[in-house]
Design a protein around this ligand. Structure first.
Ligand code: TXA
Ligand code: MG
Length: 320
């Protein structure tokens, strides 16, 4: 069973030995390994039960580490790093040939970000290599926002969980890439809405094109059924949904108002979408393990972090 602790030196020693360690970030917990150690990276895929076609994000502790994993910077990349790093923004950039293909699932690009959490920053700056890390959940399930969430699902498979408390952002990073969809007129493309609001990114690099979902996505975070609880989840107007599922034991996820149900979780009674995002995954997990039969969620305002919340709820309900 994994040890849960705050010992950065112990985490660093395990990572140097090629082990997989769960680390806190401001978004969600990550399942980290030395990005240049193929065996260690392979272990991440095994622990997560993640298909090999789904590339990992590389985490750096300093801007100077970017050239170790990235071949060249497209226009605007520097500005985006300057504006949002450290923070919840992942950039898809041309991959450095020395970075193992396993990390990027053979793609010619690599997702890179600099997380903003004091423990992960200190850890990354202690280590002589960047860390490849997906979210620390079994593939397809809701991402973990506490050390205990990680322990509940992956504790038996990893030696150490670095405990940085509850994640302050609570949804994964926003992912943008240069020109992938529009080779003739390259432009920054949104692959996943997340912790950095799209509106803020557009102030730096102009309007983003949106990547379309496809059966073989270039960002599998875009797979329809993803981030999913085990229970049925439906998203829509709560008054209508509550009537449709009347008679069932219902768990409700609401933005700011209470609804009459067996369980009602209000994510942000002050209407702050940042607070709602922070609470989302913990509430999803909680309702998923409760005695409710069905989870009903309302749509959030589609702005700021509300876009990330709606995206995760939509994917969590896909195919239900
Ligand atoms: O906030 C986050 O981004 C968290 C923390 C731990 O940093 N990480 C995270 O990783 O959410 P993961 O693996 O759960 O999601 C990363 C997404 C995946 O959907 C993956 O397919 C996509 O990023 N991705 C990674 N590299 C890519 C690339 N080169 N091209 C396109 N998509 C990529
Ligand atoms: Mg994930």
């Amino acid at each position: 069973m994994a040890t849960i602790g705050t010992d950065i030196q112990q985490a660093a020693a395990l990572l140097k030995a090629g082990e997989v360690v769960a680390i806190p970030t401001e978004t969600v917990y990550g399942l980290a390994a030395d990005a240049f150690n193929e065996e260690a990276v392979l272990r991440i895929f095994r622990v997560k039960d993640r298909p090999a076609f789904d590339p990992l994000i590389v985490h750096v502790g300093r801007i100077e580490d970017v050239p170790k994993v990235v071949r060249a910077l497209p226009p605007g990349a520097q500005e985006l790093m300057g504006a949002f790093w450290p923070g919840p923004l992942t950039l898809i950039l041309p991959k450095h040939p020395d970075l193992p293909d396993l990390v990027t699932s053979g793609l010619d690009t690599v997702g890179v970000r600099m997380p903003a959490h004091p423990l992960s920053t200190e850890l990354l700056r202690t280590l002589p290599f960047p860390l490849a890390a997906p979210s620390a959940n079994p593939f397809g399930y809701v991402s973990p926002t506490t050390a205990q969430h990680v322990a509940d699902q992956l504790g038996a498979k990893i030696p150490y969980i670095l405990d940085g408390g509850a994640c302050t952002v609570g949804v994964e990073s926003t992912i943008v890439g240069w020109g992938m969809n529009t080779p003739n007129a390259p432009q920054w493309t949104l692959y996943r809405p997340g912790g950095t609001p799209v509106e803020a990114i557009e102030k730096v690099v102009g309007s983003l094109t949106t990547a379309v979902d496809s059966p073989s996505p270039s960002a599998p975070g875009m797979l329809e059924s993803h981030y999913a609880p085990r229970k049925q989840l439906h998203v829509g107007p709560l008054s209508t949904l509550l009537k449709r599922y009347a008679g069932r034991s219902i768990g409700v996820i609401a933005f700011r108002d209470e609804y009459p149900a067996h369980r009602c979780e209000v994510l942000a009674d002050d209407g702050d979408l940042g607070v709602a995002a922070r609470n989302l995954f913990a509430v999803l997990r909680d309702l998923d393990s409760s005695d409710c039969e069905v989870i009903l969620a309302e749509e959030f305002p589609n702005e700021g972090l509300g876009r990330a919340i709606n995206d995760r709820l939509r994917r969590a309900s896909a195919g239900r």
